[in-house]
Write a protein of this length. Sequence first.
Length: 192
Amino acid sequence: MSWIENTKQDVQSVYILGDLFDYWFSGLEESLQDVIGTLRDPRIHILPGNRDFLITSLQESGIHVMREEEVITSPSSERLLLAHGHTLTQGDCGFKVLHALGWPVLRFFDRRLPGTLKDDLARLLVASSAAVRPPYAVIDPDIAGRRRVDAVVCGHLHRKLVTKGLIVLPSFFDTGEWLLWDERGPRIMPGK
């Protein structure tokens, strides 16, 4: 949160590409009021990740939660597809089934189960995510062309990859690296 507070003063917008939380379900807002306060800023935009896809419940708290994939225009006028990345991977059959069938069920139960049960379920899902997702998932290097944008910017793979039309950011938690995109174009910034 301190990185967000410091960075948002110097930029037009901050886009958080998912997995801000290890897991999220409705009801956590009550214990994270300081985090909610930091995120409740018109310059902050959050995309849901595979671990915090239920973050859409934060819209009720005045936080701008975007869709899983969002096209924006960069300060240097490129069309960018922003995503966490879980919707972009190839050959990720187990996860795609979970995304299509399991997530709607979890969304249904999110408002109906007690917090302790949701917490246990979330921890189980996080622990089992390695079994569902292959360790070396990939994203098609020509995804920008297929999606008719100038570039795709995502995370999810937890490793840095920068090619023409595809920027995959490493885990911020592990590296502190982030992407600055201004009138001069994109630059990966070192951790502070």
